[in-house]
Write a protein that binds this ligand. Structure first.
Ligand code: GRF
Length: 209
């Protein structure tokens, strides 16, 4: 069983997709807790509705981002976990946090990295005029959206697209890709060697829909 901690700041649709994969039995894992920096994050209410430990940590009350991270590490240490999955978590994790946690941290980003890192990926893709964008699941390192790429899914960018329509097309793929990657992770089939990720695929059709 893969014990997952989710960090989320908002809507929580990726969290919901991951939880659905667990409930379907495809992903042999558990969401041990959802941790948020936002008290009113819908991700927290979703967690509560599912009986998942929902933890709000107020960065202001903890003296800022590092305080938030220290508190989060305490909670995570108490709860136990195999990995952290960032799902719409809007703060950048410090190098200290990544080192102190010492286990894999994953993120999903709404662009084909290394193109369009940062918080406005869909808008940047439209403005640049790329014909394809998509989503990337990657390991988190100290940079912003720079960690080793685990898996990607492409979608077309249409002339008529605005940020909303492109985001929706990408999000539909995110909801498949993130649970699939966590499923592979639970199966021990993701290997990181020198900043490159290799995946054992016994039968690709069973794992990538
Ligand atoms: C997603 O587009 C994800 O790629 C990005 O933030 C958004 C989170 O959406 N990192 P949600 O909170 O999972 O609905």
């Amino acid at each position: 069983m893969l014990e997952i901690i989710i960090f989320a700041s908002g809507r929580g649709s990726n969290l919901m997709a991951i939880q659905e994969e667990i409930e379907s039995g495809r992903l042999k894992g558990n969401i041990r807790a959802v941790i948020s920096n936002k008290e009113d994050a819908p991700a927290l209410s979703f967690a509560q509705s599912k009986g998942i430990n929902a933890i709000w940590i107020d960065p202001k009350a903890e003296g800022g981002r590092r305080g938030f991270e220290r508190k989060a590490l305490q909670e995570i240490g108490r709860i136990g976990s195999d990995c952290i999955a960032l799902a719409g978590y809007m703060l950048i994790l410090s190098g200290e946090f990544i080192r102190d946690y010492g286990k894999p941290i994953l993120n999903i980003h709404p662009a084909l990295l290394p193109s369009f890192p940062g918080a406005t990926a869909q808008k940047d893709a439209i403005e640049y005029g790329v014909k394809y964008s998509g989503c990337t699941v990657h390991f988190v390192d100290e940079g912003v959206d720079t960690g080793p790429i685990i898996a990607q899914r492409a979608v077309p960018v249409l002339d008529a697209d605005d940020v909303e329509s492109l985001s929706a097309r990408i999000l539909a793929e995110e909801h498949k890709l993130y649970p699939e990657v966590l499923t592979l992770m639970a199966q021990g089939r993701i290997h990181l060697i020198d900043h490159k990720v290799y995946i054992d695929l016994l039968d690709e059709r069973n794992y990538f829909r």
